[in-house]
Design a protein around this ligand. Sequence first.
Ligand SMILES: [Fe+2]
Ligand SMILES: [Fe+2]
Length: 146
Amino acid sequence: MATKPNAKLTALIKGLNEDLAGEWQAIIMYRLYASMVQGPYRQELRNFFASEIPEELLHAEMLADKIAALGGTPAWQPAPVKVVSDPKQMLQEALKAERETLQRYVVRRKQAEEAEQYGLAVDFDELISDESNHRDELEQMLARWP
Ligand SMILES: [Fe+2]
Ligand SMILES: [Fe+2]
C-alpha cells in the first residue's frame, strides 16, 4: 500500500530549510561584521557580533538535525548576506535579519503544531526567545546611535 505523502510535513520541511538557510546567513553575517567593523566602537561591536555566533550555530544544529530526522535534506546554502562597511548599517542589517527570522519562527511554530510535530513546536519557543533577545539588543544599540 502506497503511503500518501504528508503535504503538511513536506511544507514544514521546506519551511525549516528556509529557516536553516537564514541561520547559515546569520552565522556568516556576524562573522563578517565582527571581522570588518571599523571605527571607535570596533572593539565592542566586534565582541558583540562574535558573541551572537554560538547561539545561531546551535539554532542551525537544531534545525539541521530536525530536518534530517523528518526525512529531508538540510539546506547547505545560506540566504544572501548583505555585506556593508558602515557600523550603523551593520546593526541595521542585523536587526532586519533578526526581525525577519523572528516572524518566520512564529509562523513555523504554528506550522509545526499543525503538522503534529509538537516537540518541534516547543523547540521553537527557545528559538523565538533567543531571536527576541537578539532583536532587543540591536534595537537598544540603535536607539541612541548618532
Ligand atoms: Fe538564530
Ligand atoms: Fe539571532
